[in-house]
Design a protein around this ligand. Structure first.
Ligand SMILES: Cc1ncc(COP(=O)(O)O)c(C=O)c1O
Length: 343
């Protein structure tokens, strides 16, 4: 393997920087199960404020944030409408069925995007023999679609349908920060149409752990109970909340660099002609490309030999994700190695 490893598997592979580690060391802490950790309280208030919601709850992971949102807003036998490629339906180990007893109604979108009409058509009329439609869940940015930003007019249209038909609306905003940087719209505006929003600090923002679920005081109160039930009550966790606060303060604007580098990588790959990719479709930090005539596994193995790590997202689909531990030079080196092998 080549000397420097260029790890494009995910924006979760970043390591906490020195300033963040210092903030963790210095964090004032208390027992958060008693609601006494001042740093956790500060993080929760900061995120609630950023998202324009009454309250936010610190949770260990994005999966727990999404699943608490579902549990707190549904009953067993209910149905949750979501896009076919979304994280909730594909990468959460079937949790919604197990933890909430709901069924997911997946609808195939275009580049991960549902239209208001599609959502409307997926809402069952309400006969007693049907599952009860209760919640719509969207994802911004959409991971599997390639970091696609949800256009706000589309989101508002879907929110109108959900309200009119009496359904709740959840946003998996694991990468809402990327969407905010890309669109120039504040997170508050992106989160506005939703009842609940989950966000992650441990992806592009570079914190080691941590997500939050935000919403009304009432829904967060319910989520708090289920967080405890599911074993997610943490004690002197201000040590982690401090990393999150540091990330929010110091790292959000840097996401623009990841977006530029993703475009650069995509353009370089497109120029090679060996893969299926349209750089214009790269909205944020995720580059999804097709391997054309070869299985993704074969390409990934060759890349690994050249010191480049990416992940499969289908039999012939590969994902490369830019993040703050990679530089412009890393992108150029990766392209050089790819050119040497596949050019
Ligand atoms: C869109 C999206 N939602 C939720 C998650 C889950 O986050 P976690 O890995 O912290 O559970 C991920 C993780 O990659 C994600 O990409």
């Amino acid at each position: 393997m080549t000397a420097t490893l260029i790890d494009l598997r995910s924006d979760t592979v970043t390591r906490p920087v020195e300033g963040m580690r210092r903030a963790m060391y210095d964090a004032e802490v208390g027992d958060d199960v008693f609601g006494e950790d001042p740093t956790v309280l500060r993080l929760q208030e900061t995120v609630a404020d950023l998202l324009g919601k009454e309250r936010a709850l610190f949770v260990p992971s994005g999966v727990m944030g999404n699943q608490l949102a579902i549990r707190a807003q549904t009953q067993p036998g209910d149905e949750v409408i979501c896009e076919a490629g979304c994280h909730v339906a594909n990468y959460e180990s079937g949790a919604a069925g197990v933890l909430s007893g709901v069924q997911l109604r997946t609808v195939q979108g275009e580049r991960g995007l549902l239209t208001p009409r599609q959502v409307e058509d997926a809402i069952r009329p309400g006969a007693y023999w049907e599952p009860q439609p209760r919640l719509v869940s969207l994802e911004n940015t959409h991971n599997k679609a390639g970091g696609v930003v949800q256009p706000q007019p589309l989101v508002r249209g879907i929110a109108d349908v959900a309200r009119r038909r009496g359904l709740g609306l959840h946003l998996d905003g694991a990468r809402i920060w990327n969407a905010a940087v890309r669109t120039g719209l504040p997170e508050k505006e992106l989160a506005g149409p939703f009842d609940t929003v989950s966000v992650c600090l441990s992806k592009g923002l570079g914190a080691p752990v941590g997500s939050l679920l935000a919403g009304s005081a009432e829904v967060i109160e319910r989520a708090h109970r289920f967080r405890k039930m599911w074993g997610g009550g943490m004690r002197q966790v201000g040590i982690l909340a401090a990393a999150g606060l540091y990330a929010l303060e110091h790292h959000r604007a840097d996401l623009a660099l990841d977006h530029e580098r993703a475009r650069r990588l995509a353009t370089g790959l497109a120029d090679l002609g060996a893969f299926g990719i349209d750089p214009e479709e790269v909205d944020t930090n995720i580059v999804m490309f097709e391997t054309l005539d070869q299985p993704a596994a074969a390409i990934l193995a060759a890349l690994r030999e050249d010191g480049i790590l990416m992940v499969p997202f289908g039999p012939r689909t590969i994902r490369a994700t830019l993040h703050r531990d990679l530089s412009d030079a890393d992108v150029e080196t990766a392209l050089e190695r790819i050119r040497t092998r596949f050019g």
